[in-house]
Write a protein that binds this ligand. Structure first.
Ligand code: ADP
Ligand code: GLC
Length: 487
């Protein structure tokens, strides 16, 4: 089968979060299973360093019409890596910018509808020359609009009309809301701007369009697939998600152990594994050094956070108990960037407790790996979490997760049971600061008072296998189902 991925992020080329990890890792796994996979990405500024000095255009110019002008996109051949063919859609006036979605990764560019509308249309055009797939696999609102175009203005295209589309919803909290005139901008008929298709609260909704027009939807964990069918997590799209629940499946993300394994991770000061965790102590020292916390005693647990600082991630309930937490025997290191409100919360938390709380407000892949390895406990109090990868990385790194029981966090972390010696972390359900603190306290208690129990907890986590092979097979089942339906 030939599968074309159209996505707005993919490691190593462009990343703000887990979407990039998934789009980086799933295609090579599909290739290992015997399929042909092509990945299309926008040619952002961050992609340029990956191109050879004299790169080739696979297509010099694709015409993408807008109401009063055409834009022209090149398709740059990004070559083959791990069996996956990469193409980059080159439209410098739209993509050669500082951020992917907005300046400095925060906020949005005013022309995002045009940027990602152009991207999706250019991908459709490019595939007609470079290889028509059996299935398109699109991701989140940015490329959901490809399904809309395919089933409307491309309806009569003899080459594309029978190609199926799978939409993966990585995060229903971001839907791509644009003004009604976006309908005209994308040359779509006004008849489509209705509540059963693209319109919602008088906005043009990219994700909704994808959910309506795709052949099949997946989300990144089974629990999240259920959650988005209700008002709390569906963010207004619960109606369409529940109406199409037969076409909706939760497939838990895998993780790429070639990048995220303490036995081989190139960013670490020492290596370790479940059989010999000695190296973790060296990683802890290295991490504390990176955060300027060299004086910490070995008996003091290190709490770690790596996250986009977004409302989704639940740091308001951390803020509510920050001073109580600071009274505990622990140190906290946090790496993240995002909404100014949370950046300033973390900065002021660190300023109030020097030597105990430290924060780095930036995006730093190497440091993210060091936190996973060097911390003893990893905090994810997410308000909602479609899957979450950091807790899965934490398991592999023997870093015990404390998580809120939502989405993929619910599906991947099992509460520690001291009698049966089972479980991999600590969970709380309600969105209450007190419950979060109580879960942290349970973790701190085991760390301080039951060293054997703690070792078992670490070992239980390190023994988990979340490699991509199983989820990749599930995606193949979905692609095959879509092919069957399209005949
Ligand atoms: P989300 O996609 O919602 O941000 P995930 O847990 O699925 O959450 O994935 C987050 C990914 O982004 C992880 O690979 C994590 O290490 C990475 N990440 C997040 N913030 C940073 C940061 N400030 N520096 C480096 N990596 C980060
Ligand atoms: C989204 C979600 C996250 C998920 C990631 C990859 O960004 O917030 O939970 O792990 O996508 O699917």
């Amino acid at each position: 089968m030939h599968i074309v991925f159209a996505a707005s992020e993919c490691v190593p080329f462009a990343k703000t979060g887990g979407l990039a990890d998934v789009v980086g890792a799933l295609p090579p796994e599909l290739v290992r299973l015997g399929h042909r996979v092509t990945v299309y990405l926008p040619l952002y500024r961050t992609v340029r360093p990956f191109l050879p000095e004299s790169y080739e255009y696979a297509i010099r110019s694709v015409t993408v019409p807008f109401p009063h002008y055409n834009r022209f996109a090149g398709v740059v051949d990004g070559g083959v890596r791990d069996g996956v063919q990469y193409y980059f859609i080159d439209c410098p006036e739209l993509f050669d910018r500082e951020g992917f979605y907005g300046p400095r990764g925060a906020g949005d560019y005013g022309d995002n509808a045009e940027r990602f509308g152009l991207f999706s249309r250019a991908v459709l055009e490019a595939t007609k020359q470079l290889g028509v797939p059996d299935v398109f696999h699109v991701h989140d609102w940015q490329t959901a609009v490809l399904a809309v175009l395919l089933r409307s203005v491309y309806f009569f295209d003899p080459v594309l009309r029978n190609v199926g589309v799978v939409l993966t919803v990585h995060n229903a909290g971001y839907q791509g809301w644009f003004p009604p005139r976006t309908t005209e901008l994308l040359l779509l008929p006004w008849e489509m701007f209705t509540f059963d298709k693209l319109e919602q609260n008088d906005t043009f909704n990219f994700l909704k369009g994808g959910a309506v027009f795709c052949d099949y939807m997946t989300t990144v964990s089974p629990t999240y697939a259920q959650e988005i069918q209700g008002a709390e997590f569906g963010s207004g799209l619960e109606g369409i998600f529940s109406r199409r629940h037969w076409d909706l499946r939760g497939i838990l993300n895998g993780v790429d152990y070639s990048q995220w394994d303490p036995a081989s991770d190139g960013h670490l000061a020492a290596h370790y594994s479940a059989d010999d965790v000695a190296g973790k102590l060296e990683c802890r020292r290295d991490l504390l050094h990176a955060f300027g916390l060299e004086q910490v005693a070995e008996t003091t647990p290190v709490l770690g956070i790596v996250s986009r600082f977004a409302t989704q991630k639940g740091f308001d309930i951390l803020a509510a108990v920050a001073d109580q937490l600071a009274e505990r025997e622990m140190v906290l290191v946090a790496l993240g960037t995002g909404e100014p409100y949370y950046e300033s919360f973390f900065r002021s938390f660190a300023a109030r407790y020097p030597g105990k709380v430290a924060v780095e407000v930036r995006y730093d892949d190497a440091l993210a790996h060091k936190v996973e390895a060097g911390a003893d406990i990893f905090l994810m109090p997410s308000r909602y979490e479609p899957c979450g990868l950091n807790q899965i990385y934490s398991l592999k790194y023997g870093t015990v997760p404390v998580v809120r029981a939502t989405g993929g966090l619910e599906d991947t972390i099992e509460e520690w049971n001291a009698d049966r010696r089972t479980g991999t972390g600590f969970k709380f359900s309600g969105y209450h600061a007190g419950d979060f603190l109580w879960a942290i306290d349970r973790a701190l208690w085991v760390f301080a008072n039951d060293p054997e129990g703690w070792k078992t907890l670490m070992r239980n986590g390190m023994g988990q296998d979340y490699s991509w092979e199983h989820p990749a097979r599930e995606y193949v089942e979905v692609y095959e189902e879509v092919q069957r339906r399209r005949g």
